[in-house]
Structure formats: C-alpha cells, structure tokens
Design a protein around this ligand. Sequence first.
Ligand code: PHE
Length: 451
Amino acid sequence: MKNIFLAFSIIFSIVFSSACVDKGANSTTTTGGEGSGDIKVGVYGDTSGATSSFGQSTKNGIQLAFEEINAAGGVNGRKLIMIFEDDQGRPEQAKTVVSKLINQDKVQALLGEVASTNSLAAAPVAQDAKIPMITPSSTNPKVTEVGDYISRVCFIDPFQGSVMARFSANTLKAKTAAIIGDVNSDYSKGLTAVFEQEFTKLGGQVVAKEAYTQTDPDFKGQLTKIRNLKPDVIYIPGYYGQVGIIAKQARELDMNMPLLGGDGWDSPDLWKLGGEALKNAFISNHYSADNPAPEIQNFVKAYQAKFSVAPDSLAALAYDAAKVLADAIRRAGGTDSAKLKDAINATKEFKGVTGSITLDASRNAVKPAVVLELSPAESKFTFKETIYPEGMSAPTNTNTNSSMNMNSMSGGNMNSNSMTGGNMNSNVSSGSNMSMNSNSANSSAMNANMR
Ligand code: PHE
C-alpha cells in the first residue's frame, strides 16, 4: 500500500513538473517576445548508430556547459534545458527528430549534428522554421550555406583538407598519395576533393582514389589496388568506425606508410578497432587535450571527473557551441529568433576551449587546426603542431603549447601557389610563434571548389 502511494506520488510529481515546463515554453511562444522561463534547446545526434561516440560526446559536452551556466544563475536568470534526440546517425532520422524538436517540443535553438550529411539533412527544417541551429562540429562548407539561421563553431574542410595536404607534402615529404573515402559522406567527399587539389598544387600526385561505404565489412579489395601503386601516404577522410578497420587491414597487407586523416577519426572507440595498426598515423583536429592552457585543462578535468573519459574534440566543440549559444542569448536579451540568430552570427573572439571563436560572413568559425600523431600504446592523440588560417597568427603572449614537444613543418619554406588565386597567409606554430607563408585561398573561393 505504501509502495502504491509512493508510485502515485512519483507519477504525480513527474506529470506536474513536466506540465510546468510546457506551460513556461508555451507562454514564451504565444507572447512571441523575448521570452521568460526555462530555455529549451534541442540537441540531436547519433547515440546508437555507427557514429554513436560522436553523439555521446556531444551530449556530454553540452550537458557540462549547461550545468555550469545554470549553476551560475542561468542566462539572464533563465535556465538552459537540453532536450536530446537520437537520430541513429541517419540523415532522414535527423530531419525527423529536428521537426519533432521544433514543432512538438518548441525548442528555441538547436545544437547539432556532428556528421555533415546529417546536419545537411536537418538544416533546411531549422532554416524554414527560423530556429537558430549551431552545429558544433560539421565541417562541410555546404552546411551553413543552407541559410542565415545555420552557423558553426568549427573550421571548414577546405582548411582542414589543405592542412593535411601540406603536412603530407612539406613535413612528410610525400610525393605520391592515395585516397580512400566514404562515397556516402559529404564530409569525406569534400575532403577528398580539397586534399587532391592542394596536394597536386604542392607538386604531389594522387595515384589512386578508392571508395567505400559505411556498411562495407572489408576493405582489402581497395587496399590491394592501392598497395600495387606504392604511394608514400594514404589519406583516409572517414569516420572512426571504418578507419580503424582500414588501418588494421592495410597493415595486414604490409602497407606501412603513414596513414592520414581528419577529425572524423576522433573517438575513444578508434583504439579498440585499430590498435597498433594506428602507429604512424596523423590527423587534423580541432583541439588537443594535451594543451597546458589553464582554461583547457580546467575543462578537461571537469569533463573527466563527470564522465570518466577524456573529452575528445566533439565534446570540446559541443561545450563551446553551448557556451556561444548562451552568450548570444544574453546579448540578444532573450530568445526572439531573429535577434538570437543575429547575435549568434555576430559572435566575435569568444574564448572557447577549442580556441577563439569568430564567425565570418558565411557563419563559419575562423580558427586554427592542430595536427595530432596517433599513439596507440597509450590510446591517445599526441600534439604535433598548430596551423593558423589566413590573417591569424599565434598569440604572442601564448601560454599554449609552449611546453610541448613538436616537430613543426620543419621551418622549410612553404611559399607556393594559392588554391584559387586568392592569397592567404597560413601560420604554423610550434610553440615558438614561428610563422610561414603558405598557400591557400579565401574560404568563399574554396567553397566554390567543393561543389
Ligand atoms: N567534421 C565531421 C563532419 O563534418 C564531424 C566530426 C567532427 C567528427 C569532429 C569527429 C570530430 O562530418
């Protein structure tokens, strides 16, 4: 009897408290004003499919950020509430859950997705409904081209792809490369195009381009073709689930050349899949958990304490996206969607754990990238160097990276032709503020090349 009473009172309190949340949200939408009460933020990602560690890390990063913000009194006194939807890593599902978050849950902003193809599927829904969406980590240029309600706090692939082409040609002195990419991923296709273009401009030759899909169980057919051509490096712009296995199968075929990739490799699950085969591999990424800067180490410690795992770049970017959103709500004076969109798009020099975040006219963050070397024995990514985009140089009073062991791009002269005739300086920092002129192009010209 006592138990039944207890059960009833629990049910009652759940119904009652969720009714309260709904009431607050409804009054916000019906008044159409700046709003009051809790702020509902829709978050969508993959927590059960082939890229589930992406969604999990993203959710964790946002949870930590919201808890910190709410503990400090919220945004203009209002609490941030995350409403999370699992899209299973499927584009159609991403679109469906974003419609649900907007129409049913009445979220006032969206954070997500990770994989560019999923963000591309859902972004038009957010744009049509005029609900601001910040993707923490989708790097394909087309995502923010969907419209002015769509923005991101990460760099884009024309930059990331050129970073690895330059690393191959200048640091590894590679003359030939093969690429093996995911044909169903906008991310992978974009990086394939940029890498080929940049590597060729630097005098290298792409000797093979092989394709796979995320459901392929085996990659030895493609790898055998590549092996016969003996490329100096293999670029694999894919996601961790396939990359780990590709690395293993390449080593089984006695292919011991450097393997190169991008942010899509970043997952705690990569080590289980690839193991020792991940030696002699390098990726471009958004941040390094090794960075001794106190603001980064504070984040790493708080995250580690809460989730018992080190924060990967997804977690760091999601944390930053959540904080950028909160900052924009504060500056907009509320959640009026047009004002909030304008405030997000005006983000300037926001100090995030992934660097200083400034959105350009195309709503993309202009930020440096890091090159990391894989250390499978310790299951960790080891910092190699930071590469800055056009017009940005290493901070002079840097407290970052200075104690790190780095092989820079060896101080060699990196002057070369630009990608599209634009002229962009790119600086490589190895702790000593060394900088070099390098090739590249402005991002809009590079966007054109991705299409
Ligand atoms: N940049 C990837 C994409 O656009 C997603 C990703 C970001 C994956 C960061 C891992 C780490 O698809």
